[in-house]
Ligand binder design. Structure first.
Ligand code: FAD
Ligand code: NAP
Length: 547
C-alpha cells in the first residue's frame, strides 16, 4: 500500500486542475468494496461521494437476511485485513458467522472509520456517462439528482441483482413471496405455514433446514441437485482466535499464496495415484473438517474427470448414508462435476429430507408450469402454499453493472460493448470507459476466491493507481483495446484448463435466459493474478494509456 499522506497533498493540488467536476471520485455501492474504497480515497485526500441503493452499509449482508444466511469462508478469514487494530479488536462469535453478525461488523467498520458522512443511502445510480470535453463522469440517480466526478468506481457487487425467473402466472399468486436476496428486514415467521421453495443453490441449502424447523410443511423444488459439504459450524474457539490474532499477518500472507485466497491445506497429490483406501481416508478427513477446503483433498480434482468423480462419488455415498429413503437420496445426488458449480456449505441439509414435513419435488426434466393464485403447478400437480421462497440466485457479475446506463467514449454503451460477454482489462477497467474502475469485475478472480482479500487487493490497486496519477500529473487512464483483448483471451484460456467451466452455472451466465455463455471470473487463482497486476504496475501501468 502506498503512503497515503504523501498522495493526499499531491491530489489536493491535482484535483484543482479540473474544477468542473463536483467530486474527484464517485463510488457506487457501500458493501465491503465501496466502504474500503471510500476509506482509501479519504487517505488520498479525494473529495468522494458514495451512492448506495440500500438504507445501510454491508451490501450482500444488508440484503441477504434469509434464515440461515452465513458466510462459507471462515470468519477469521472472511474479514478485512487493512487495519490491524480492526482485526485485533473484532470478535467473531462463530466459526462461520451468521448474517446479522457480519452486518454488525460492516456497521462497526462504518462507525469506526466514520464512513457514513460521505455515503448517500437509498439512492440508486441510474446512469453514468463520460463527458469527454469536461473529463468528468456525469451520474444521474433514481431521484433525478445529477453530479459529476473525475473518477468513478463501480463497487456494485458480483451477486447483487436477484434473479426472479419469469414464471407464467407469477402475478396471479395471492400468497406471500420472498426472494432470498431481498429478504424483509423484519424477518419472516413461517410458523404454521405451508411453504414452497424454488432452488437448491447455496442460499436454499442454508435456508431449507431453518425454514423446515418452522414451517408446517416445506416443499422444495429442485432443478439441479448440488453438492454440499457440512460446515461443522460451532462457537468460535477462543484459543484458535487468539492464535490467529497472535500472527494475523502470517495467516493473511499464507492465504495470498493459495489460489482461492484462503489459508487452507491443499494436497497437491493426484487422486488417481492414491489407493482407494488412501482416497477414502483423505475424503473422510476433509468431510470431518468441513466446508470449501474439501476440494483441496487432491490436486487433480478440477483437472481430471475421473479424479473428480472419486470425490463426487464420496459425497454421493454420504448422501446415501444420511438420507433414509434411497429414492430421495438418489434424487438429491448430483452427477455433474463436483466443484463446477459453487460448492455449497451447509448445516443439516441432507438430513432435513428425513423429516416427514419436508417434500422434495424433482423438476429437472419438467419445469414449473406456472404459479397459480394459491400456489404453483409442476409436473401436472397443483401445490398450495401460504408462502413461496425464490432462492433462484442472481444475475451475477454483469447484471448489476448492465442495469446502469453506462456510456463511455463516443457514447458507446457498456451494454453494447458486452453484448457477447464481458470484456475488461484485469477485471478492473474497461477500454473506452476512461477513469472508471470495477471492483472484482468480470475477468478477475473475485467469486472464485475469498472475496474480502480480493476486494482489498482491487481497492488498493485502484487507490495506488489514483495516487500515481496524482503524483505524475495524469488526468486520464484507459486500457488499450489490445491489452484488453489479450486479457480477455487469457481469461478464456485459463477457464479452459479447469473442469469448472464445463457446466451450466452462473459463472457462465447459464442461469439467465439469453445471457451470453462466457466463463466470467479469472480462474488461474489469486497469487498469479496479484503477480500480473503488480507486474503491470511495475512496468508503468503497461497496457493502459495515461494522459
Ligand atoms: P455487495 O456486497 O454486493 O455490495 C454492492 C452494493 O452496491 C449493494 O449494497 C448494492 O445495493 C449497491 N448497488 C448496486 N448497484 C447500485 C446502483 N446502481 N446504485 C447504488 N447502489 C448500487 N463471498 C465470500 O468470499 N465468502 C462468503 O462466505 C460469501 N457469502 C455470501 C453469501 C451470500 C448470501 C451472497 C449473496 C454472497 C456471498 N459472498 C461470499 C459474495 C459476497 O457478495 C462478497 O463476499 C462481498 O460481500 C461483496 O461485497 P461488494 O461490496 O463487492 O458487493
Ligand atoms: P444459485 O446458486 O444460482 O442457485 C439458484 C437456484 O435456483 C439453483 O438451484 C437453480 O437451479 C434454481 N433456479 C433458478 N432458476 C430457476 C427456475 N426458473 N426454475 C427452477 N429453479 C431455478 O443462487 P444462490 O443460491 O443465491 O447462490 C448464488 C451464489 O451466492 C453462491 O453460488 C455463492 O457464491 C453465494 N452464496 C454464498 C452463500 C454462503 O454459503 N455463504 C450463501 C448464499 C449464496 P439450477 O442449478 O438448475 O440453475
Amino acid at each position: 500500500m502506498s503512503d497515503m499522506n504523501a498522495g493526499a497533498l499531491k491530489f489536493a493540488h491535482k484535483s484543482d486542475a479540473n474544477p468542473s467536476c463536483d467530486f474527484d471520485l464517485v463510488i457506487v455501492g457501500a458493501g465491503f468494496a465501496g466502504m474500503y474504497m471510500l476509506h482509501r480515497a479519504r487517505g488520498l485526500g479525494l473529495k468522494t461521494k458514495v451512492f448506495e441503493a440500500g438504507s445501510g452499509v454491508g451490501g450482500t449482508w444488508y440484503w441477504n437476511r434469509y434464515p440461515g444466511a452465513r458466510c462459507d469462508v471462515e470468519s477469521m478469514q472472511y474479514s478485512y485485513q487493512f487495519s490491524e487494530e480492526l482485526q485485533q479488536e473484532w470478535e467473531w462469535s462463530e466459526r462461520y458467522s451468521p448474517q446479522p453478525e457480519i452486518l454488525s461488523y460492516a456497521n462497526h467498520v462504518a462507525d469506526r472509520f466514520e464512513l457514513r458522512r460521505d455515503i448517500q443511502f437509498d439512492t440508486s445510480v441510474r446512469s453514468a456517462v463520460f463527458d469527454e470535453t469536461a473529463g468528468c463522469w456525469k451520474l444521474e440517480t433514481s431521484d433525478g439528482e445529477h453530479c459529476t466526478a473525475r473518477f468513478c468506481v463501480m463497487a456494485t457487487g458480483c451477486l447483487s441483482t436477484p434473479n426472479l425467473p419469469d414464471f407464467p402466472g407469477l402475478d396471479s399468486y395471492q400468497g406471500e413471496t420472498y426472494h432470498t436476496g431481498h429478504w424483509p428486514h423484519e424477518g419472516v415467521d413461517f410458523s404454521g405455514k405451508r411453504v414452497g421453495i424454488i432452488g437448491t443453490g447455496s442460499s436454499a441449502i442454508q435456508s431449507i433446514p431453518v425454514i423446515a424447523e418452522q414451517a408446517e410443511h416445506l416443499t422444495v423444488f429442485q432443478r439441479t441437485p448440488n453438492y454440499t459439504i457440512p460446515a461443522h459450524n460451532a462457537p468460535m474457539d477462543p484459543a484458535y482466535a487468539a492464535s490467529v490474532k497472535a500472527d494475523y499477518a502470517g495467516l493473511r500472507a499464507r492465504a495470498k499464496t493459495k489460489p482461492p485466497g484462503i489459508d487452507i491445506d491443499f494436497n497437491m497429490a493426484s487422486a488417481l495415484s492414491a489407493s482407494a483406501g488412501e482416497r477414502q481416508k483423505q475424503y473422510e478427513a476433509k468431510w470431518a473438517h468441513g466446508g470449501i477446503p474439501f476440494m483441496g483433498a487432491f490436486g487433480d480434482l478440477m483437472l481430471d474427470d475421473e479424479a473428480n468423480d472419486t470425490a463426487a462419488e464420496f459425497v454421493r455415498g454420504k448422501i446415501r448414508d444420511i438420507v433414509n429413503d434411497p429414492e430421495i437420496a438418489d434424487r438429491l445426488s448430483p452427477h455433474n462435476v463436483i466443484g463446477c458449480k459453487r460448492l455449497c456449505v451447509d448445516t443439516d441439509y441432507y438430513a432435513t429430507y428425513n423429516r416427514p414435513d419436508v417434500t422434495l419435488v424433482d423438476i429437472a426434466d419438467d419445469p414449473i408450469e406456472c404459479l397459480t393464485p394459491s400456489g404453483l403447478k409442476a409436473k401436472g400437480e397443483k401445490h398450495e402454499f401460504d408462502a413461496i421462497v425464490f432462492a433462484t440466485g442472481f444475475d451475477a457479475m454483469t447484471g448489476t453493472l448492465l442495469r446502469i446506463d453506462i456510456r463511455g467514449l463516443g457514447g458507446i454503451s457498456l451494454k453494447d460493448k458486452w453484448a457477447e460477454g464481458p470484456k475488461s482489462y484485469l477485471g478492473l477497467s474497461i477500454a473506452g470507459f476512461p477513469n472508471m474502475f470495477t471492483v472484482t469485475g468480470p475477468g478477475s478472480p473475485s467469486v472464485l476466491t475469498n472475496m474480502l482479500p480480493s476486494i482489498e487487493q482491487h481497492v488498493d490497486w485502484i487507490a495506488d493507481c489514483l495516487d500515481y496519477m496524482g503524483q505524475n500529473g495524469h488526468e486520464r487512464i484507459d486500457p488499450s483495446p489490445q491489452a484488453e483483448a489479450d486479457w480477455v483471451a487469457h481469461v478464456e484460456t485459463s477457464a479452459g484448463l479447469s473442469l469448472r467451466s464445463t457446466c451450466s452455472s452462473w459463472y457462465v451466465g447459464a442461469n439467465i435466459p439469453g445471457k451470453p455463455r462466457v466463463f466470467m471470473p479469472y480462474l488461474a487463482g489469486l497469487p498469479l493474478y496479484i503477480e500480473k497486476c503488480e507486474e503491470i504496475v511495475a512496468n508503468g501501468y503497461r497496457g493502459f494509456a495515461l494522459r
